[in-house]
Design a protein around this ligand. Structure first.
Ligand SMILES: [Zn+2]
Ligand SMILES: [Zn+2]
Length: 141
């Protein structure tokens, strides 16, 4: 695990590499994403930015920029709302997402890699997968 400072510097250098400008709103949003222990919606991030907040449209635009720069992962959910989290690429995992409150938790395991192997055995290359699980969390029952 790298430190929050290292993650921040790393994300900024990714932005620079892609020729995106480093603005105060982007820095504030990035810090919040680094401090977040679980994926959050743009609405959550917007309200957590509080006093430093910019309008929701700006938050969305910046998240889009982060996604394009490979800093953030966007997870579409069943409700049509997306959740965002810092992209810590080295580690592969999935999420279980609550249908009611949209909280998402890491499932630190992947069985799908076995299926990928089957696909590779059929002669496919560049095999990837997208998988999110949905349920109703303890708090929402
Ligand atoms: Zn819930
Ligand atoms: Zn997987």
């Amino acid at each position: 695990m790298s430190s929050p400072e290292a993650k921040f510097d790393n994300a900024l250098s990714n932005l620079k590499k892609e020729s995106y400008r480093i603005t105060e709103p982007r820095k504030a949003l990035l810090k919040l994403l680094i401090d977040s222990s679980h994926p959050k919606s743009a609405d959550d991030l917007h309200s957590e930015l509080g006093e430093k907040s910019y309008d929701l449209v700006t938050v969305y635009r910046n998240l889009e920029t982060f996604e394009q720069a490979g800093i953030v992962n966007r997870m579409p959910t069943e409700s049509g709302k997306s959740l965002y989290e810092l992209n810590e690429a080295q580690h592969h995992y999935h999420h279980i997402i609550c249908r009611k409150c949209h909280r998402a938790e890491k499932l630190d395991h992947c069985e799908v890699e076995k299926l990928e192997l089957l696909a590779k055995n059929l002669g496919y290359s560049e095999v990837t997968h997208v998988l999110e699980l949905y349920g109703v969390c303890e708090d929402c029952r």
